[in-house]
Design a protein around this ligand. Structure first.
Ligand code: CO
Length: 152
């Protein structure tokens, strides 16, 4: 499992750079390690800055499906927004309500370097927006309402 970067750490606040070669061996090695780290941490998403790499790569585990999203671009978003609870593996024990677009359409490269377009709704749309924010140095605590500490 990769080591998680915890807030406050300047890596989490640095704007990440595009991946120039998806098929590069370092990237190809990193992808399964990020998926494993996400699952071992019981996360639903993980962005590369959270494991110390300021590159535009993120992974999502949603409904038993793994998504590998590289150089994402939001090309369409709903006018309607929704509040719901979020947390973050880099900000342990903190939860709060965040307003996000109800649906987003993104273009990105998959792990094979092929361009993909997906329209996501609901929870998946929320996870995508949270993870893309990580690539721009933005954390959910920047947007949160009623941040709560949860003790385990
Ligand atoms: Co997060």
């Amino acid at each position: 499992m990769l080591k998680l970067i915890i807030h406050p750490n300047p890596i989490l606040r640095t704007k990440s750079q595009k991946v120039t070669d998806v098929l590069d061996s370092k990237i190809q090695k990193l992808i399964p390690e990020m998926l494993e780290t996400m699952k071992d941490s019981n996360g639903v998403g993980l962005a590369a800055p959270q494991i110390g790499q300021n590159i535009r790569l993120l992974v999502i585990g949603h409904k038993d499906k793994d998504l590998v999203i590289i150089n994402p671009k939001i090309i369409k978003k709903s006018l309607l927004k929704d509040w719901d609870e979020e947390g973050c593996l880099s900000i342990p024990h903190k939860y709060g309500q965040v307003k996000r677009h109800k649906s987003v359409t993104i273009k990105y490269l998959n792990e094979g370097g092929q361009e993909q377009t997906i329209k996501a709704n609901g929870l998946l749309a929320r996870i995508i927006q949270h993870e893309i924010d990580h690539l721009d140095g933005i954390l959910f605590i920047d947007k949160v309402k009623d941040l709560a500490d949860i003790e385990y």
